[in-house]
Design a protein around this ligand. Sequence first.
Ligand code: ZN
Length: 220
Amino acid sequence: MVKVERSFPAPESLAIESQKHNGRYNCEDVVMQLIHDFHDKCYLCEISPLQDPQVEHLLPHKNGRYPKRKFDWNNLFWSCGHCNSMKNKAKYDDGIIDCCVVDPEEIMSFDFKGKEVNIEAVEAEEPIVQRTVELLNEVYNNENTGMRKHNCALRVRALCEEMDVFYHTLEEYTRNRQDRVTVRSLKALLSRQSRFAAFKRYYIRNHSNTFPELLPLVDR
Ligand SMILES: [Zn+2]
């Protein structure tokens, strides 16, 4: 999970649809603006591109019981079906952190070692941070049902592939730190737009002694 810059004004259809009895919050303008702002990446697991995208409500609207939440642009997020279903539990009803407002990298660590995902709160003990950490660990590690286990494994495999490319590029960089092509690749791999950015960016911060000159690329 990385910071996302939400664009404004809000898509026009939201105000129009909110006046209708059975208005929709996922009209084309909403979908296009979410794809643009979230770089077609699930804001929770960071898999990309999405084959099963969904418009997720940060605070649930409970089948229209909270109509304001249903059409509030600030409450709409771009997510995959797996993460949306993971978050759809009573324990997350009070919400998780808003990655368009708070920088997740400032309050959480995103460790990936030996094919194990481990996300922890850096220091904050606030319940909303704890809930976010719990959910993020669940989207990679939940083994409750066969389908969830499968979807988690898919994400860990994709994360593994991305980290392999990243480690390989870092090796090339270590051999020749002046090589422009490698530096350009590293910049792309470390941008917030890239898939699983939080894990790669954390790796650089965690190895700041080896790569101090790369820290500006992962500035928060
Ligand atoms: Zn996801």
